[in-house]
Ligand binder design. Structure first.
Ligand SMILES: [Ca+2]
Ligand SMILES: [Ca+2]
Length: 323
C-alpha cells in the first residue's frame, strides 16, 4: 500500500515543471598565480542533468568540477558554468586573472612596509587585501601606494594589491625571530611623577638621587615578569615604557594589559557614602617607532580611548575631572 502511494507521488512530481538549477559556492572573480591550479566545485541546488564549462567561449569540461590550470604567462580569462536540467539552463560567469607572486619576508611582531610594485607608479586608488592567512592575529593597514603589515604568528601570508586592471599577489613569509619576544616591559624611557601621596616612596627617593637614578629605580621595578608598583602621583605624572617588539593592534582584540591600583572598598569615614574605593584612572598613549630609531618620538604617539572619552562632563582629557 505504501509503495503504491509513493509511486503515484513520484509520477505526479515528474509532470510538474522542474525548478531551475542554482549555481552557488563559487566567487565571481579569482586571482590565480601563474602555474597554479584553481579547483572549482560549485554547489548546485536543484536537480541537474549536466554541467558544462566554457573558457573564453571554448567548451573545456562537462563535469561537476573543473580545474583551471594557470599558464606560465599572466592573463585574464572568462569562465562560464552552465547547469542544465529539463527546460532550464543556469549560468554563472567567473572572471579569472593570473599573475606572478612577489615575495617578501618578515619576522613576527615587527612592522613590514610593503610598497606596491613599479607597475602601480602614478596609480591612485590602490587597494590591499589579505587573500589567505595562517592566523587571524595580523594587522594590514594600507595607504594606497604602500601597506604596513604585522603579525603575531609565523607562516605564509598571501596578499593582493590591485587597482583597475592591475594586480599583484604577494607572499609574505613570516619567521619567528631567534630571540623570543618578552610579554613584559623591557625598557623605561622616562619617569616624572606629579605631586602625590606616594611620590618619593614608590620608588624610594634618597638624598642625592637624580632624574636618571630614579628612572633606573623604576626600570628595576617595572622590567620583566617580577614587577612592582610605582606611583605616578597626581594629574600629569607619567612613565614611558617600552617593549622588545612591536605590539600588533589586532581589530577587536585587547593587545596588552596594564595592572593598576584600582580597588573597591566599603569602609568610608563619611556617613552614607556611596560605594567607592580607589579608581586612580590614567591615560594610556601608545607610540609606534615609525622612524625605527628605538625612541618614542613626538610624532609617533596615539592616545587610546578610555572611559573619559565617553563621558564629557567627567572628561580627564579636557582637564575638567576630578575627584
Ligand atoms: Ca586591538
Ligand atoms: Ca622613533
Amino acid at each position: 500500500m505504501y509503495s503504491s502511494i509513493g509511486h503515484r507521488l513520484r509520477k505526479k512530481d515528474a509532470e510538474l515543471p522542474e525548478p531551475a538549477p542554482v549555481i552557488a559556492g563559487v566567487e565571481a572573480e579569482y586571482y590565480v598565480v601563474v602555474k597554479e591550479v584553481l579547483q572549482l566545485k560549485p554547489a548546485v541546488e536543484n536537480r541537474v542533468d549536466s554541467i558544462v564549462w566554457t573558457l573564453d567561449g571554448k567548451r573545456v569540461a562537462n563535469a561537476p568540477e573543473y580545474a583551471f590550470a594557470a599558464p606560465a604567462t599572466p592573463g585574464s580569462y572568462h569562465l562560464v558554468i552552465l547547469a542544465y536540467n529539463k527546460g532550464n539552463i543556469a549560468q554563472k560567469v567567473i572572471q579569472i586573472t593570473t599573475g606572478q607572486y612577489i615575495n617578501w619576508s618578515a619576522t613576527t611582531n615587527t612592522v613590514l612596509k610593503i610598497n606596491a610594485s613599479s607597475k602601480f607608479a602614478n596609480t591612485t586608488g590602490i587597494s590591499w587585501e589579505m587573500v589567505s592567512a595562517p592566523s587571524t592575529l595580523y594587522r594590514l593597514a594600507d595607504s594606497s601606494s604602500f601597506a604596513l603589515f604585522t603579525t603575531v604568528e609565523k607562516g605564509t601570508y598571501k596578499l593582493k594589491v590591485y587597482a583597475g586592471n592591475l594586480v599583484d599577489t604577494l607572499l609574505v613569509t613570516v619567521r619567528q625571530p631567534e630571540k623570543a619576544a618578552s610579554p613584559y616591559i623591557s625598557q623605561v624611557f622616562d619617569y616624572l611623577p606629579a605631586p602625590g601621596q606616594f611620590v618619593n616612596e614608590l620608588p624610594k627617593y634618597v638624598a642625592g638621587d637624580t632624574r636618571e637614578t630614579m628612572i633606573a629605580k623604576v626600570t628595576k621595578d617595572l622590567v620583566g615578569e617580577d614587577a612592582n608598583t610605582i606611583t605616578l602621583g597626581g594629574w600629569g605624572g607619567y612613565v614611558v615604557i617600552g617593549f622588545d617588539h612591536t605590539i600588533a593592534n589586532i581589530a577587536g582584540r585587547r593587545d596588552f594589559r596594564i595592572h593598576g591600583n584600582a580597588f573597591g572598598a566599603t569602609a568610608n569615614p563619611r556617613p552614607n557614602a556611596p560605594f567607592g574605593g580607589s579608581c586612580e584612572p590614567g591615560i594610556v598613549m601608545v607610540a609606534y617607532d615609525k622612524n625605527k630609531n628605538g625612541q618614542p618620538d613626538e610624532d609617533e604617539w596615539y592616545e587610546i580611548k578610555g572611559s573619559a572619552n565617553f563621558r564629557r562632563r567627567r572628561s580627564l582629557v579636557r582637564g575638567r575631572c576630578c575627584r
